[in-house]
Ligand binder design. Structure first.
Ligand code: SF4
Ligand code: SF4
Length: 369
């Protein structure tokens, strides 16, 4: 696993405290989105399709600190938009680090060279660079030539300056296990601490809709990747059981309260990925007022293909706490890449629809949305 022991211990202690207090729904990673403005326009982006007025809005330093304190999660991820555009971002990051929370500053890295001296290396700060593959793949994914080279240059600079650096890679249609394996080999050679690899979520508001992978294909893709990975030493920033879930071996229900989202509109119901379900003013209201039972692959067509870490990583972590031996075996053995996959959930929302489908992969995409 590509996470330092110190951080694993801090997060583990937090989890044990939640258990001892009997907390059923606890946050693991706060998704803090202080702006939606970006300097790129990627094909699969579900975050930038806002009005100019909303793209100009920002969460202030004070609002960000209030969200961090209110939520209490031990880790904070700052996606966007592009966080480095935010003028108060160095203060925001310093404020989170001062609270001894582990912060992941997610960036496409285009501004990193210019802004890097505004930040100080710390065990609490990780710069997470968006890279969706090697040069050709990444530049196609972000719809602009030359971005891969600039991102790699910025990664090398950040590593030289002593920052913790990871890469975050989203997988889209047309990806092959060999391509992803080659990319992960390259990322490890660059010397990054680790990589997150997630299937792209089929955002309703993304500019292109034909780029997303259906969940069954995602599982096959990950099995192919992990088969190759058995002989490699990739540092993946995911729990062993989440990786096993991606390979189709765990029957998980999403627990989106594990990754609550605060952005310019408020606390987003139910998760980082669904933007039309409404907002509330406080984290407590989010926990209390969200109809959680309405969401999840079996319960809601918008969730049908979701295998995203913001929904399932917290589920996998909870499973690790409940079944430590199972997690240990998965971690030693790696994800299972052969044999039967767990059955797909029966989509309750599709019952009575014209396809008469009994499982997700039988439902035409046109019926899903
Ligand atoms: S870099 Fe991130 S936020 Fe910006 S357009 Fe691409 S996916 Fe969206
Ligand atoms: S399955 Fe869960 S995490 Fe995924 S979109 Fe639905 S509510 Fe969000």
């Amino acid at each position: 696993m590509g996470v330092p022991l110190r951080q694993q211990i801090a997060v583990g202690s937090y989890l044990i405290k939640q258990k001892l207090k009997g907390v059923k729904k606890y946050p693991l990673v706060l998704m803090l989105e202080p702006l939606f403005r970006c300097n790129l326009a990627c094909a699969g982006c579900g975050k930038i399709a806002h009005s100019e007025e909303n793209l100009d809005r920002r969460l202030s330093y004070e609002e960000c600190m209030q969200a961090v304190d209110e939520c209490g999660a031990p880790m904070v991820s700052i996606p966007g938009g592009e966080p480095l555009i935010h003028k108060e971002m160095p203060q925001i990051v310093a404020g989170i680090v001062a609270r001894k929370k582990y912060v992941y500053l997610c960036t496409n890295a285009l501004l990193l060279k210019k802004k890097i001296n505004d930040y100080t290396p710390s065990p609490y700060l990780t710069i997470s660079v968006h890279l969706d593959g090697l040069k050709e793949r990444h530049d196609a994914s972000v719809c602009q030539d030359g971005v891969f080279d600039r991102a790699v240059e910025a990664i090398k600079l950040a590593l030289n300056k002593g920052f913790r650096v990871t890469v975050n890679c989203t997988l889209f249609q047309g990806e092959t296990p060999d391509d992803v394996a080659e990319f992960l080999d390259y990322a490890m050679e660059l010397g990054v601490e680790g990589a997150t690899v997630a299937p792209g979520f089929s955002y309703e508001h993304a500019p292109q809709q034909d780029v997303f992978i259906k969940s069954q294909d995602t599982k096959n893709l990950f099995r192919g990747i992990f088969k190759i990975g058995k002989k490699r030493k990739w540092r993946l920033n995911h729990s062993a059981l989440y990786l096993d879930f991606l390979a189709g071996n765990q029957d998980y229900k999403c627990t989106p309260w594990g990754n609550p989202t605060r952005n310019i509109f408020g606390w987003q119901k139910p998760c980082y990925l669904l933007s039309d379900e409404g907002y509330v003013n406080s984290f407590q209201e989010l926990l209390d007022d969200t109809p959680w039972e309405k969401y999840g692959t079996a319960n809601n067509p918008k969730c049908a293909q979701c295998m995203a870490h913001c929904g399932y990583e917290a589920t996998a972590v909870e499973d690790t706490l409940q079944h430590p031996w199972k997690a240990l075996v998965a971690s030693i053995r790696g994800p299972r890449t052969t044999g039967k996959m767990v059955a797909e959930p029966i989509p309750r929302w599709a019952v009575g629809k014209k396809s008469g489908a009994k499982k997700l992969s039988d439902i035409p995409v046109t019926e899903i949305k």
